[in-house]
Write a new protein. Structure first.
Length: 67
């Protein structure tokens, strides 16, 4: 299935990468690593893929939700 491209490390107009502003022990890095480690079937096979524009990647969407 095709998804919209996810580019977490895309360059910015600023002289630094946004990831450089996040400390190594920050919770968002733990969440990022955990979601990336989930099996493909557990994440991608649960979403409806019918019609419309290309969907956002389910892993990216899980990373943007909050409790």
């Amino acid at each position: 299935m095709a998804y919209r491209p996810v580019e977490q490390d895309q360059p910015t107009f600023l002289p630094f990468a946004v990831g450089d502003l996040i400390s190594e022990g920050d919770l968002c890095r733990v969440v990022d690593a955990f979601i990336d480690s989930l099996p493909r079937a557990m994440v991608e096979d649960r979403f409806d893929r019918s019609g419309g524009n290309l969907p956002y990647h389910p892993r990216m969407m899980l990373k943007t939700t909050r409790a």
